[in-house]
Ligand binder design. Sequence first.
Ligand code: DGT
Ligand code: MG
Length: 242
Amino acid sequence: KNIKGKIEFKNVDFTYSGSLNPVLKNISFVCNPGEMLAIVGSTGSGKTSLINLIPRFYDVTSGELKIDEINVNMMNLKELRDIIAIVPQKTMLFSGNILENIKWGNENASVEEVQDAAKIAQAHEFIMSFPEKYTTQLGQGGVNLSGGQKQRISLARALLKKPKILILDDSTSAVDMTTEGKIRRGLKLYLKNTTCIFIAQRITTIREANRIIVLDNGMISAIGTHEELMKNSDIYKDIYYS
Ligand code: DGT
Ligand code: MG
């Protein structure tokens, strides 16, 4: 289908079932096709809750969430999730080999496609340094990867899907800054026509975004470019100088 990957939140509130207080309040913004949008905010401000609404891991409590002008509630769940790849904050790998882990959900991918995704995720090199390369076992009886290596495998898995919408939830937090820079530059080329929403802490990563949302206590406190927020948002300035 011809999905462009525009995302629109319109007065979205969200409350977890069984809890009293909304974690997201009156969220409105548009993310245009191909745009790179960053979300920042302190721990517990609602960043993960917000992005989890997009693939409908949870449904909005009130308001509207649309992709290409279509309310996500009206979309077929499988079709919706087929166009979205999400790298969750907590990496999920299983005990199997590296290839199986990257191909999870895209079993028909070719070796070349897997390697391309792994190269952009800056995982190919360390994988090739293992004696058994892509067939290296993970978990029990296999190698123990570092946090940053796990994140890069997880990113490769998401890229292999060639999604229309890519969501990264603090997905390079354990990766060193040099490697993160390489990933960022690779993603920019690879994701030309992909809408990308990412949550990040490092200012070097955040400032590359076309626009940045500052989330505070479940509400959008400010939205703009790095330069705009440096002028207008005290919260953003605090993040910058911290
Ligand atoms: P982080 O990852 O530590 O930087 O924090 P955020 O910004 O990702 O925050 P988030 O969305 O995980 O949590 C926002 C609020 O929602 C926080 O008060 C904890 C609460 N919360 C998160 N997940 C759940 C859940 O599954 N059930 C309930 N009842 N509350 C949750
Ligand atoms: Mg989070």
